[in-house]
Ligand binder design. Structure first.
Ligand code: 13P
Length: 372
C-alpha cells in the first residue's frame, strides 16, 4: 500500500469547492428513478442518461471531483465509442466504483440488514483498479425503529440497557430496539473488512454507514444512533488497521425522521451534525462527503452550506449526493434526446449550488437565479 498516494486521491476527492456525484444506482434502483419519469430502463437508456451527466462540461470540470459508478457503467462506452470512464477522466474528475452487492436480511435480527459483497472482493478490486477506478464505495444501512426514544440512551461506545440481544425483549416494544448492537457491529465489521481490502488494492475506500431518515424518530434519536454507528465504525477501522489518512467518510446528517412531527430547522441540523462529527471523527480523515438520503435538493444544499458556515473544522465537508444531484436533471431530460441540453443545465445548476455550499457561500438568491 502506498499511503501517500491514497491520501493524495482522498484529498482530491474533497478538494475545495468540489464534491462527488453518486451515479452508482443499481439496476433495480435506476429503474425506479426512470419509472418516475416515464423512461424504460434498458442498458442503452442508462448509458445515454449517464453519458449526458458525464458530458456536462462545466459541472464535471469545476464542481465534481469524482463519480461513483455502478459495475455496468464502468464497462460501458459512450455513443461515439469512448469508454464512459474516459469521459470522467478527460473532464479532470476521478472515477470510483460501488463495490458492495446490496443488502440481505440479517439472521436473528428481524427487520435489519447486512451489506454483502466481501467474497471475491480482492479480485474485483484488482479489475476495477486496472480499469481506472481510484476509489470505491460500500454502504451499510442502519434503520431506526418506530418510537421517538430508545429505551436506553447509550453513550459513546457503551452498550446501553436498550441493546437487547437477539431473542430477548428489551424494556422497549420490539422496534425501538432497532438498531440492535448486533446489526451495528456486523455492518461496522464489514465496512472495516472492505476498507482494508481497498487500501491493499491501492483504492481509497468511501466508508458509508448510513442511518436512514425514514422513520418517525426525532433528531436526538438520530444523533444517538449515528453516534453509536460512527463509534463502532471507527473502532473496526482501527482494529482492522485501516489508515485513516487514506479514506473518505460518507455519513448521514443528524436530522429528524421524515415522519417525525417536528422537523428540526436547518441551524439545528447543522449544529448537531457538526457536534457529533467533531466528537466521533478523527481530524486525520482527509474529508467527509455527505449522502443526501432522501432530503429534497434544496434541503441537502442548505444543510451543507450551514455546516460550512460554522467553520473551524478539521476536515473539509462536502457532498456525495445521488438523488439531490440527479432528481432535477432526470426530470428535465425525461429520456428525450432533444432534452439533453436542459438536463445538463439542471445538473450544472445543482452541482454549482452544492459547490457553493461546500464553501459556505450558497444563498437562496443564487438558488433561484439560475442564470446567475
Ligand atoms: P443519496 O444522496 O441519494 O442518498 O445517494 C448517495 C449514495 O451514494 C447512497 O449510497
Amino acid at each position: 500500500m502506498n499511503l501517500a498516494d491514497l491520501n493524495r486521491v482522498a484529498l482530491a476527492m474533497a478538494a475545495p469547492g468540489k464534491g462527488l456525484l453518486a451515479a452508482d444506482e443499481s439496476t433495480g434502483t435506476i429503474k425506479k428513478r426512470f419509472d418516475a419519469i416515464g423512461v424504460v430502463s434498458t442498458e442503452a437508456s442508462r448509458r445515454d442518461y449517464r453519458e449526458m451527466l458525464f458530458r456536462s462540461g462545466e459541472a464535471m470540470s469545476e464542481y465534481i471531483s469524482g463519480v461513483i459508478l455502478y459495475d455496468e457503467t464502468i464497462w460501458q462506452d459512450a455513443s461515439d465509442g469512448t469508454p464512459l470512464i474516459k469521459l470522467i477522466e478527460q473532464a479532470g474528475a476521478i472515477p470510483g466504483i460501488k463495490v458492495d452487492e446490496g443488502t440481505e436480511p440479517l439472521p436473528a435480527c428481524p427487520g435489519e440488514l447486512i451489506t454483502v459483497g466481501l467474497d471475491q472482493l480482492a479480485a474485483r478490486l484488482k479489475k476495477y483498479h486496472n480499469r481506472g477506478a481510484r476509489f470505491a464505495k460500500w454502504r451499510a444501512v442502519i434503520d431506526i425503529g418506530a418510537g421517538t426514544a430508545g429505551p436506553g440512551t447509550a453513550g459513546p461506545g457503551t452498550a446501553g440497557p436498550g441493546t437487547a440481544g437477539p431473542g430477548t425483549a428489551g424494556p422497549g416494544t420490539g422496534s425501538t430496539d432497532i438498531p440492535t448492537e448486533t446489526a451495528i457491529h456486523v455492518n461496522a465489521h464489514a465496512l472495516g473488512r472492505y476498507a482494508a481490502l481497498c487500501q491493499a488494492a491501492q483504492i481509497v475506500p468511501i466508508v458509508e454507514p448510513e442511518v436512514l431518515m425514514d422513520g418517525d424518530h426525532d433528531i436526538d434519536r438520530c444523533y444517538e444512533v449515528t453516534e453509536r454507528v460512527l463509534n463502532a465504525t471507527f473502532g473496526e477501522l482501527r482494529r482492522q488497521r485501516v489508515a485513516l489518512e487514506g479514506m473518505i467518510l460518507k455519513p448521514n446528517m443528524v436530522i429528524s425522521g421524515k415522519k417525525c412531527s417536528r422537523q428540526a430547522p436547518i441551524g439545528e441540523v447543522a449544529a448537531k451534525t457538526i457536534r457529533l462529527l467533531k466528537s466521533c471523527v478523527p481530524a486525520v480523515v482527509p474529508g467527509i462527503a455527505f449522502l443526501s438520503g432522501g432530503q429534497s435538493d434544496q434541503e441537502a444544499t442548505a444543510h451543507l452550506d450551514a455546516m460550512n458556515r460554522i467553520g473551524g473544522l478539521p476536515w473539509p465537508l462536502t457532498f456525495s449526493y445521488g438523488r439531490a444531484l440527479q432528481a432535477a436533471p432526470q426530470q428535465a431530460w425525461s429520456g428525450k434526446a432533444e432534452n439533453v441540453a436542459a438536463g445538463q443545465r439542471a445538473f450544472i445548476h445543482r452541482a454549482r449550488m452544492n459547490s457553493l455550499a461546500s464553501k459556505g457561500e450558497w444563498t437562496a438568491d443564487l438558488e433561484n437565479n439560475k442564470a446567475a
